[in-house]
Design a protein around this ligand. Structure first.
Ligand code: NDP
Length: 243
């Protein structure tokens, strides 16, 4: 059984979906968890639900705010062992319909937001020469998806943030990995019609959509000592969808 007693963890975008399930999964095995969201009451409520120590306000597009929050968490708890850069958005648009603000919002949240978080996490972990970071990529970042060019591009970038940061930070004892979920039943995919969900489940060898808990358990494995020699990997959590 994974034991994270004594570890301090930060999960961005922890108010619902995969982030909330991850915060809960880490707290369940003893980690002191801080989660974040853009709204104070939602973040506090989620922290209470997940058994987290705190729910703080953070917009990951704001590099200064990310740096300040990460530094603050590390200072308050004396260290920072685990960071899950989970906050992300998905807005579908066919090529001809892509507007500039969709590009800006998606890239500033998914790419720059993840980068800010990994950067701040690395700074906080560097002194102790240990730590584990997980970022949220996607199967569509690896294989593409019609109607999701911007989102797919952003998630390909996220996968390469993990690979590059792993190369750079390995000597400092910091591991960086990504998970690449398939179609997971959360608010993010709530816009899919029942037909589209059934079609996705039908194409998945395991015959169903994923749950937030399916992804959270894999993230928990990656941040734990069970994965002590794993870094720079992009691990599919997709029921075999991409096979
Ligand atoms: P949800 O929409 O359920 O949750 C998204 C979370 O991100 C919320 O907690 C939200 O917080 C937070 N968030 C969004 N924008 C920002 C921002 N600018 N700053 C800070 N927090 C923000 O999504 P999922 O749980 O489904 O997805 C989580 C991650 O997993 C995302 O990166 C997503 O791309 C990825 N993923 C999801 C898949 C799926 O099928 N669901 C598949 C592949 C990858 P709040 O709104 O409260 O501020």
């Amino acid at each position: 059984m994974t034991d994270l007693s004594g570890r301090v963890a930060l999960v961005t975008g922890g108010t619902r979906g995969i982030g909330l399930a991850t915060a809960r999964a880490l707290a369940e095995v003893g980690a002191t968890v801080v989660l974040t969201g853009r709204d104070e009451s939602r973040a506090k409520e989620a922290a209470a639900t997940a058994g987290a120590a705190a729910g703080l306000v953070l917009d990951v597009t704001d590099a200064k705010a990310v740096a300040t929050l990460v530094r603050g968490v590390a200072k308050e708890h004396g260290k920072l062992d685990i960071v899950v850069a989970n906050a992300g958005i998905m807005v579908d648009a066919l090529l001809g319909m892509i507007k500039e603000d969709l590009v800006d919002t998606t890239l500033s949240t998914n790419v720059a937001g993840t980068l800010h978080t990994v950067q701040a996490a690395a700074r906080a972990m560097m002194r102790k020469k240990t730590g584990s970071i997980v970022v949220l990529a996607s199967v569509v970042g690896e294989y593409g998806s019609a109607g999701q060019t911007v989102y797919a591009a952003s998630k390909a970038a996220v996968a390469n943030i993990a690979r590059s940061a792993a190369k750079e930070l390995g000597r400092s004892g910091i591991r960086v990995n990504a998970v690449a979920p398939g179609v997971i039943d959360t608010d993010l995919t709530s816009g899919l019609s029942e037909e589209a969900k059934a079609e996705n489940a039908g194409r998945t060898p395991l015959g169903r959509l994923g749950t937030a808990e399916d992804v959270a358990k894999v993230i928990r494995f990656l941040v734990s000592d069970e994965a002590s020699f794993v870094t720079g990997q992009v691990l599919g959590v997709d029921g075999g969808l991409v096979l």
